[in-house]
Design a protein around this ligand. Structure first.
Ligand code: PLP
Length: 405
């Protein structure tokens, strides 16, 4: 008899579009850093919904906030004010450079808004700035504008022509950035750590250099913190470690701990270009999603929560570094990352390692053909780090053996 996972997999394949490389298990339940599949098998979740379940699955305080709001009001559109999105904006303003917030539903939508606002702002200043500098390996979303900002040509294939005006330069290269800046540049868009592109933290001085270049040129600096924001790298926002302040920042993923919500965070000066009628989103700032996000910010800014995350994040980094040293350059090229956004670059394709980890009860993801990525909840314990790293080590050794047989 076929297992529940197999049956569900077959049903899924019959009705859903085939655009995802979905694993052959169906996840039914999650608590903290564990999830359970349709056959009752438990997994240690080191991917946390691709960097969304920042406080772990079904966090009691986020669930309670969402439930309270669900009994009060679900949705009325932005033609009326609603409390939770104002409360969320006030909370975010307390902890970052921004004074104004536009809420939406995803990372792509937040970046779309940032790119549109950059052009609109320039035009309001009487300048014809419509170009953007983005980075090779960068990822900004799947809408056509954000896809055009994305610096991996494989994602463009079949969708051309892209939105004109993007220049992609090597990540970390200030000279190349400078060479592409002109009086037509509306903004530079950058991730403080490239996530999808292979977990590459910005080299020292890069973000500060971009700020200086943007100021000198007169264009805006957009920090895409969709993956790095909300504590992922140990700071509430990853750029804060460099003491650089962007003009615009985008958030999504972890903001709602898995409930869909995105945000464009802007300085007062720039935000004023979004006058009534210029931009919008039916579900943006939805009361339930915003109430959940308020609970996320409240929990993460409680004393000790980010401290714990920083300690365990550093421990995770050290354990992966030790693993790279133990297995050596024959199997691992490098371990890198920050906080709870980590990667090990393998010498072989990562697919079989991900499968072997799953078969041993640990969920991990890739960030490129040979890169194993970890984006676990910040509530991960040291014991769970040990369990995860042990399983990853075993999987790398076993799959390398099969490869050489
Ligand atoms: C840095 C970054 N920006 C934007 C996006 C797009 O976000 P979404 O999938 O919510 O549209 C992602 C998604 O992985 C991301 O990592």
């Amino acid at each position: 008899m076929r297992s529940n996972n197999e049956q569900m997999d077959q049903r899924r394949k019959a009705v859903l579009t085939p655009n995802y490389a979905t694993q052959p298990i169906q996840i039914e339940k999650g608590v903290g850093c564990r999830v359970w599949d349709a056959d009752g098998t438990a997994y240690l979740d080191l991917m946390g919904g691709i960097a969304t379940a920042v406080l772990g699955h079904c966090h009691p305080k986020v669930t309670a906030a969402m439930e309270r709001q669900a009994h009060k009001l679900w949705h009325v559109s932005n033609l009326y004010g609603t409390g939770p999105q104002v409360e969320l904006a006030e909370r975010l303003a307390q902890f970052c450079f921004a004074d104004r917030f536009f809420f939406c539903n995803s990372g792509a939508e937040a970046n779309e808004a940032a790119l549109k606002l950059s052009r609109r702002y320039a035009r309001d200043q009487g300048e014809d700035r419509f170009e953007f500098i983005a980075f090779e390996g960068g990822f900004h979303g799947r809408t056509l504008f954000t896809l055009s900002a994305t610096g991996t040509p494989a994602y463009w294939q079949g969708f051309e022509p892209l939105v004109p005006g993007f220049h992609h330069v090597p990540y970390g290269d200030l000279e190349a950035t400078q060479s592409r800046l002109s009086e037509k540049t509306a903004a530079i868009i950058v991730e403080p750590v490239q996530g999808e592109g292979g977990v590459h933290p910005a080299p020292a001085g890069f973000l500060t250099g971009l700020r200086e270049l943007a100021d000198h040129n007169g264009c805006l600096l957009i920090m895409d913190e969709v993956q790095t924001g909300i504590g992922r790298t140990g700071e509430l926002f990853a750029h804060q470690i460099s003491e650089v302040e962007p003009d615009l920042m985008t958030l999504a993923k972890a903001l709602g701990n898995g409930l869909p919500i995105g945000a464009l965070c802007s300085t007062e000066r720039v935000a004023h270009s979004l006058v009534p009628g210029t931009h919008g989103s039916t579900f943006g700032g939805n009361p339930i999603a915003a109430a959940a996000a308020c609970a996320v910010i409240d929990e993460l800014t409680q004393e000790g929560v980010l401290d714990h995350a920083q300690k365990v994040g550093a421990y995770l980094g050290q354990e992966l570094e030790d693993l790279a040293n133990r297995l050596g350059p024959e199997k691992i090229v490098e371990s890198r990352g920050k906080g709870h956004l980590r990667a090990i670059e393998l010498t072989r394709p990562v697919g079989p390692v991900i499968e072997a980890c799953r078969n041993s009860g640990v969920l991990v993801i890739s960030a490129g053909e040979k890169i194993l990525r970890l984006t676990p909840p910040l509530t991960l314990s040291r014991e769970e780090v040990d369990e995860g790293v042990r399983t990853i080590e075993k999987a790398i050794i076993e799959t390398a053996l099969v490869d050489t047989e």
